[in-house]
Design a protein around this ligand. Structure first.
Ligand code: SPQ
Length: 425
């Protein structure tokens, strides 16, 4: 797909798709609940469709219409053995979280995904689940998928996680629903807490104290109505485009503003961004309509506990940094190396191709911003977030930019290019 610099502001309103993390969890928890769960504003991206497919293969009826997803839950013990392997596509969330649900079942499952999934680390869930008594092995012995999980009785543990990861935390907490005794997870910094919030909403006993989340076993989960808020990770591209393209003003409707996810807003404000939050809601998963206006940006330092709250936005934040005056330093973000691609290397490769002064480090990037960038051929390495980040960069780079495999955005935002185009008129 080819992009050209736009010489005029981005203006208008945009409705971003439902949150990916919340959409996955709504299907999973709906399947484990008694009764029907109705989900509106579900993200129809390939990753969430993989989650639906896995639960259908385990005997759960799920209706998918444009208006809503309906999950006919069968309770904690209602899943049945799939006929063949469960295929999780490109979705790390599906692969890791579902492992916690599969570990205590009364059947054996093989879990597999695409080439990217087969390279992503699974030991981080295999270790704690094994400590709980799970029988889970990497079939190739390399700590990655395909995984073979043979259901076993589990015992509750207290796990001190070496990484701040919502997928690790969620896998353990979900296994904890089936374990003997309480299960808790302490993280070095708090990762997104959608699992804790939603499990509680379905009726589980969950508590959070500091960096520790705890679940009690054998709750009765009851089907719920869930309206998924817009995904702040998808809003991020319009936040960046609105801030960077001179004269722009974009109203992004219904953005999820969970404080464990809103790091991009804090960082953008530190860089000089102007936002207005309208129609704020505060209960459960907080939301607002976000008015983004063009703002000259300056460099900043992004590190520490802030990192888990913006981890998926770092590629587009790197684009913001490339056009900001001064130096931006991103550190403590080594997790970027084990996402859909190595997001440090791939950002450095492609921003360098556009003429940016960027250096990759072991746990982040150093970006000397403010120099004009030029169009280039971008290889996102099939990573949806890299492709969308460079679509934003292409609005400001001089000359033509071509993004290879541009359709990889279907993972989390199938209408991304149409939505971007609708603001460029
Ligand atoms: O599902 P996947 O592929 O891991 O998706 C990504 C993304 O960019 O969309 C990461 F590559 O988001 C993760 C996120 O980085 C989604 C997620 C979740 O829903 O629990 C948690 C984060 O990952 P982690 O490893 O920090 O738990």
């Amino acid at each position: 797909m080819k992009f050209q610099i736009i010489k005029h502001p981005l203006k208008g309103e945009i409705q971003i798709p439902g949150d990916k993390s919340i959409s996955h969890r709504a299907v999973m928890f709906g399947a484990l609940a008694d009764g029907t769960t109705e989900i509106t504003n579900f993200l129809q991206g390939a990753d969430c469709l993989s989650t639906i497919d896995c639960f259908r293969k385990m005997g759960i009826t799920i209706d998918n219409t444009p208006e809503q997803i309906t999950v006919y839950g069968k309770g904690l013990d209602g899943l049945t053995a799939p006929n063949g392997e469960l295929y999780t596509g490109n979705s790390g969330t599906t692969t890791r979280i579902i492992s916690g649900i599969l570990a205590p079942q009364s059947f054996t499952t093989v879990l597999n995904g695409d080439a990217s999934i087969q390279k992503r680390p699974m030991k981080r869930i295999m270790d704690p689940l094994s400590q709980m008594g799970a029988s889970i092995k990497s079939i190739k012995g390399n700590g990655c998928a395909p995984l073979e999980i043979t259901g076993s009785p589990l015992k509750g543990i207290h796990y001190q996680s070496p990484v701040a990861s919502a997928q690790v935390k969620s896998a353990i907490l979900l296994a904890g629903l089936y374990a003997e005794g309480e299960t808790s997870v302490t993280e070095p910094a708090i990762s997104r807490n959608h699992t804790e919030l939603m499990l509680q909403f379905f009726g589980a006993k969950v508590s959070s104290l500091g960096n520790t989340a705890t679940v009690s076993p054998r709750p009765v989960l009851t089907g719920q109505k869930i309206c998924v808020p817009g995904d702040i990770s998808s809003a991020a591209y319009f936040i960046a485009a609105g801030l960077l393209v001179p004269g722009s003003e974009i109203l992004i409707q219904n953005v999820g503003m969970n404080p464990t996810r809103d790091g991009i807003i804090k960082v953008a404000e530190a860089m000089g961004a102007k936002f207005m939050r309208l129609n704020e809601t505060v209960s459960g998963e907080p939301t607002c309509d976000l008015l983004v206006s063009y703002s000259p940006l300056k460099g900043t330092v992004i590190e520490g506990d802030l990192i888990p709250t913006l981890i998926d936005e770092l590629p587009v934040i790197a684009i913001m940094a490339a056009f900001a005056e001064g130096t931006t330093i991103i550190r403590d973000a080594a997790e970027l190396k084990v996402k859909e691609s190595n997001r440090i290397d791939v950002m450095v490769e492609n921003l360098t191709a556009m003429g940016c002064d960027i250096t990759g480090t072991d746990d982040g990037m150093i970006i000397n911003g403010g120099k004009p960038l030029h169009g280039a051929v971008i290889d996102p390495h099939l990573d949806h977030r890299i492709a969308m980040s460079f679509a934003v960069a292409s609005l400001l780079a001089e000359g033509e930019t071509e993004i290879k495999d541009a359709e990889c955005v279907n993972i989390s935002y199938p209408n991304f290019y149409q939505d971007l185009k609708s603001l460029c008129r």
